[in-house]
Design a protein around this ligand. Structure first.
Ligand code: IPD
Ligand code: CA
Length: 261
């Protein structure tokens, strides 16, 4: 078995993403993709497409001897120092409904520290990567967040009803249904913020996105403005506020924490 510190993670993860693409794309938007095949560790329905994508990821990563945290199976403990936090398909509803916004999301941790993250967006074939201290990249080219004054910002905003005043303080709201992809868009400067305050997203959804946004110069905090820590868990539910810069972050926190009056 290979030593995880010697593995070329960029090659391994990219080839895994391409293998998953081969398996899932033939059923994109087809009814069989959305067939209910069980319940995952969070109690949500596992769809057929989630299952086949995850089976491939688990098979490949297990062979490398690392632990895996993935959305459907939960924690697979192989006693390694390294853990991959994976969402084989982020945006499952989009996938089954034929909306082309979904991705494979991967983040590797050594003990509790992130060491590599990647996201493969199937529709555009863009491959995003982040390496702590080295930056964020799309198809090998460096990417950065693109701060704008809040009145010009485009923000992805998931809420039940809290903080809706934010809608009036930014120029555009986009809710794309795949938060990992939305965080990659923030990292490359096409969105300025990603906010989910439903206490609903899990580490598997946001582990890669968090490293991508931070390495691209953005901020990822909780509703108190504290840097979030991504735990090695498939079940924990969290709130997340990611922003390109401090000015927008201040406006978002103000609205999210206001009583609405
Ligand atoms: C979902 C998407 C969605 C977010 C949900 C996630 P899934 O992931 O990221 O944008 O709002 O919280 O569960 O279930 O499609 O992998
Ligand atoms: Ca998923």
């Amino acid at each position: 078995m290979s030593d995880p510190s010697e593995v070329m993670w960029n090659e391994v993860v990219f080839s895994l993403a391409k293998d998953i693409e081969k398996i899932v794309m033939p059923i994109f938007g087809k009814p069989e993709a959305g067939k209910d095949v069980g319940t995952n560790v969070s109690g949500d329905v596992t769809k057929y497409v989630d299952k086949i994508a995850e089976d491939k990821a688990v098979e490949r990563l297990k062979a490398l001897g690392i632990n895996i945290v993935s959305e459907e199976v939960g924690f697979v403990d192989l006693g390694s120092e390294y853990t991959a936090v994976v969402d084989p398909i982020d945006g499952s509803y989009n996938f089954t409904a034929g909306i082309p916004i979904f991705a494979f999301s991967f983040a590797l941790f050594r003990k509790k520290k992130p060491v590599y993250a990647a996201l493969y967006e199937f529709a555009t074939r863009n491959y995003y990567e982040a390496i702590p201290g080295e930056g964020a990249f799309m198809n090998g080219e460096p990417i950065r967040v693109r701060p704008l004054p809040h009145a010009k910002a485009a923000v992805s905003f998931y809420t039940r009803e809290r903080g809706v005043g934010l809608i009036r303080r930014v120029k555009r709201v986009r809710v794309l249904g795949a938060i990992a992809v939305e965080m990659a868009y923030l990292a490359r400067g096409t969105l300025q913020g990603v906010v989910d305050i439903r206490n609903y997203v899990r580490p598997t959804d946001v582990a890669a996105g968090t490293l991508l946004v931070r390495e691209a110069g953005g901020k990822v905090v909780d509703e108190d403005g504290k840097d979030i820590t991504v735990h090695l868990s498939a079940e924990e539910k969290m709130n997340l506020i990611a922003a390109s810069d401090g000015e927008l972050l201040r406006v978002i926190l103000e609205e999210v924490n206001s009583d609405g009056s």
